[in-house]
Design a protein around this ligand. Structure first.
Ligand code: UDP
Length: 377
């Protein structure tokens, strides 16, 4: 097929790669620019030279979605192996099951409740004076009560966000379910799995197309946009404009790697909910690829802190100050004629992988639909 418009894509994470793939398939010539030396953004996976374990270099990424469209799409690029995320939590020196479920409640309170009794019990300890929870703390007190909040959420959240839960929005806690049965699947999604060859392999395959030129280790200045008919930008929205409203705040993560023999903790992820332990969680990467066998093991101790200028941004902070900065950046973005802002950094939202992929497919489809009207006759 004859190539059509020239498209610039900034960032080779899932957003950029999905859009590049879709537009190249439709016959567009695509240039992808990525400042890092690898593709896949924070989903990047690579084998550890010493242990042979597939490492989630920027922390654990577990694929889950309830969208059949996204599930079918991603599985074109690798085989997905069965995986269910069953997180354990260490709180007050004891091990519990997360998200809070019937086992957690019974073990924590030393009870043998059935589902109905557990529900009635949590209702009895919940703070019902809170009508419409606004903060993380209110949300927790309203739905699980003081004891479970103190044990599982307070210390972890202070470590994760560097703030008291009374300063954080309720929406953060709403990511987690509370279950009155023994289902300890961390996610409520219809589909869940791990790519056999890792996320980087998937992104490489998306970008492996004769009409895609990938430029690794290469930035993209705003002035380069004029060389393209359209640009999809998945870098930080504030950086595109040169920070006229100041930098948007993020949390970043530090991972301290250790290698051990055998099995270190017997589970992919264990959260540490007590505040006197400085890390938030430990991930043991060979358990993310349970179909592989490795004699030795590699773990990450994960620490969260404020993201400084040269750190890797992870979690948008999204408090009042950031929301007002973002409003200005969105207004500026709306004035850009040939640039579409996509992804976690481009829209300053905390997006799971499946949401990013769904939105990238939508962005590509919208672009193709509008461009089909002005295609040469
Ligand atoms: N959280 C907590 N204790 C836990 C796990 C999570 O307090 O053991 C809180 C924490 O504030 C976190 C939020 O719940 O940011 C959402 O949890 P999730 O597992 O979705 O965090 P993420 O995947 O973003 O790291």
């Amino acid at each position: 097929m004859k190539t059509m418009k020239k498209i610039g894509i900034v960032g080779a994470g899932f957003s950029g790669a999905v859009i590049a793939h879709e537009l190249a398939q439709a016959g567009h010539a695509v240039d992808v620019f990525e400042t890092r030396s690898h593709v896949a953004g924070n989903c990047h996976t690579e084998r550890d030279g010493e242990t042979g374990v597939m490492v989630h270099v920027y922390g654990p990424h577990i694929f889950h979605t309830s969208s059949e469209r996204v599930w079918n799409y991603i599985r074109q690029f690798d085989e997905f192996m069965p995986f269910t995320n069953r997180v354990k939590a260490i709180a007050r020196g004891r091990v519990f099951s997360l998200p809070i479920n019937l086992l957690t409640i019974n073990q924590f309170f030393g009870k043998t409740f059935n589902p109905e009794q557990a529900q009635a019990f949590l209702e009895s300890v919940a703070d019902k004076s809170i009508d419409e929870p606004q903060t993380f703390e209110e949300q927790a007190l309203r739905f699980v009560g003081r004891d479970l909040y103190d044990a599982f959420f307070k210390g972890y959240t202070v470590k994760q966000w560097g703030m008291h839960p009374s300063e954080l929005p309720a929406s953060i806690l709403r990511r987690l379910p509370v279950r009155f049965n023994y289902d300890d699947n961390y996610y409520a999604s219809t589909y869940q799995g791990m790519p056999r060859r890792g996320y980087t392999h998937i992104v490489q395959r998306m970008l492996d197309h004769s009409d895609i030129a990938l430029h690794l280790g290469t930035g993209f200045a705003r002035s380069m946009a004029k060389e393209y008919d359209h640009v999809f930008y998945s870098g930080p929205i504030d950086a595109w404009f040169g920070y006229p409203e100041g930098r948007l705040g993020y949390r970043t993560l530090d991972f301290v790697t250790e290698r051990h023999t055998g099995d270190y903790q017997g589970n992919p992820v264990i959260n540490y909910c007590d505040q006197d332990i400085p890390w938030t969680r430990i991930s043991e990467h060979k358990h993310f690829s349970a179909w592989e066998t490795h004699e030795n093991t590699l773990i990450f101790k994960e620490y969260s802190r404020f993201c400084e200028e040269n750190d890797t941004p992870y979690y948008p902070i999204q408090l009042a100050q950031e929301k007002s900065q973002l409003k200005h950046y969105i207004a500026l973005a709306n004035h850009e004629r040939n640039v579409t802002f996509v992804g976690r950094l481009g829209t300053y939202r905390y997006l799971d992988m499946h949401v990013t992929i769904g939105e990238a497919l939508d962005a590509a489809q919208r672009f193709l639909a509008t461009r089909s009207h002005d295609a040469p006759m």
